[in-house]
Write a protein that binds this ligand. Structure first.
Ligand code: ZN
Length: 86
């Protein structure tokens, strides 16, 4: 038995999100930038350019399994309005 897994202490912010293309269902794991929101994402599967849904700040909030870091930091719900950092 190995000892504790205490790697996760303060920063519980995830930087990896799995994006699912709404057009073709293509799934891709991406690493999110921490300093900017990503507005556009080119799907590898169908070449569609994904944009955030209304009310979302970036494609990760709309199509990813994990919302973007600023949203995680504010503790907002995934579908909530993004008024973080204003
Ligand atoms: Zn696609």
């Amino acid at each position: 038995m190995s000892s504790a897994h205490l790697a996760m202490t303060t920063a519980a912010i995830l930087l990896e999100s799995v994006l699912t293309c709404p057009e073709c269902g293509h799934v891709k794991r991406e690493t999110m930038p921490t300093d900017a929101c990503q507005w556009f994402y080119d799907c590898e599967g169908c070449r569609a350019v994904l944009k955030p849904k209304p009310g979302d700040c970036c494609v990760y909030c709309s199509y990813g399994t994990v919302p973007c870091p600023p949203i995680q930091e504010c503790g907002k719900a995934k579908s909530g309005p993004s008024r973080c950092g204003e």
